[in-house]
Design a protein around this ligand. Structure first.
Ligand code: SER
Length: 339
């Protein structure tokens, strides 16, 4: 008998840290974790198995199937938006071909098991592409179906993988005589910028928020790469994990769509700075907009409409702007950098 597990790719990333810690502490599932870099020692104790490897390596994925019965896949591995622009074709391979490998693994597993395999996929505000600043300022809370003209390779990849998830769930091999009814149950969250107290993001374009905070907490100078008036939606990691788990647990009949916006608060970079400067007097931040990264952020919505998630699976963040800083980020970050 193969052991029943959940598979987490991108295990050593920011969301991976939060998710493995949460699931591991609950102890209800055996976790198989995969990442291209070695797993943080603190996470090892929560994992049944850690595999150091690439999602493009189909041999690794094949071996997983031999050994484990995978019930849910949390496919978190991805190259973020800034990094992807330095090598768009490599990003495409990892973000799209990697996802395709996992989707294929999931349908195969579902066929063997005779029941759908859940596939939880984090998409992003990068899936949007608002044409100009004036439109961004007047767009208000952007709905899932609006402004889907991403300008980054990462955004294009995320949007396309949302479509692949829908295809594999509902239309996979639709002409085949032996078409299986048990495919995958694809569920996707479009995340805003995420901020964690325990990890620092790498290669994203919403990174100015968390970077400003972590630099100020360490008394380090920070050049913020967007203008002070730049607005983006954000959410803290505990709410990101909450949204993943709630969407995973929602009854299929309750879900009217496969892709859901989630968000919490939408500060400008200036407001972000003011909160940080109050918490860390003397915070040394200079606004030095980087034209191209600014250009990317200018195409992302200043706020998103998460009413579908609220309605279908009772979504609401635990941490609004004040609680995010006062009850989560500031205490944990102060402790982290305390000498
Ligand atoms: N945080 C991501 C990035 O900046 C957006 O989803 O690329």
């Amino acid at each position: 008998m193969r052991k029943e597990v959940v598979l987490i790719t991108g295990a050593n990333g920011e969301i991976g840290h939060g998710l493995i810690t949460h699931l591991g502490e609950k102890g209800n599932f055996s976790i198989v974790a995969l990442d291209v870099s070695p797993l943080d020692k603190s996470l090892m104790k929560y994992c049944e198995r850690f595999i150091l490897g690439d999602i493009l390596d189909t041999m690794i994925l094949g071996r997983l199937v031999v050994e484990f019965e995978i019930r849910t896949i949390y496919h978190l591995a991805s190259i973020l938006s800034t990094k992807a622009e330095y090598n768009p074709e490599t990003a495409h391979r990892i973000n799209v071909e990697g996802t395709l490998n996992l989707l294929r693994l999931a349908v195969e597993q579902a066929a063997w098991q005779g029941r759908p395999v859940k596939f939880i996929y984090p998409s992003s505000i990068a899936a949007y592409g608002i044409p100009d600043l004036k439109t961004k300022e007047t767009a208000g809370k952007v709905k899932e179906s609006d402004y889907l003209q991403p300008t980054t390779m990462y955004g294009c990849n995320k949007l396309y993988c949302e479509h692949l998830g829908r295809y594999y769930s509902s239309f996979y091999r639709q002409l085949a005589a032996d078409r299986s009814q048990n495919t995958i149950d694809f569920r996707c969250l479009r995340f805003p910028g995420l901020i964690s107290a325990v990890t620092i993001p790498t290669g994203g374009t919403s990174d100015y928020g968390p970077e400003m905070l972590h630099h100020a907490a360490q008394g380090m100078h920070y050049d913020c790469f967007v203008r002070p008036d730049t607005r983006l939606p954000f959410m803290v990691m505990p709410d990101a994990i909450k949204s993943i788990l709630h969407l995973e647990a929602a009854p299929a009949e309750a879900l009217s769509q496969r892709v859901y916006n989630v968000t919490s608060f939408s500060p400008t970079a200036q407001e972000f700075y003011e909160i940080i400067a109050r918490a860390f007097p003397g915070a040394d931040v200079a606004f030095k907009p980087h034209a191209s990264r600014q250009g990317i952020v200018d195409t992302w919505p200043g706020d998103v409409d998460d009413s579908a998630a609220c309605r279908d699976w009772n979504w609401s963040p635990d941490y609004d702007q004040a609680r995010s800083f006062d009850d989560y980020l500031l205490p944990a970050i102060r402790q982290r950098y305390a000498k």
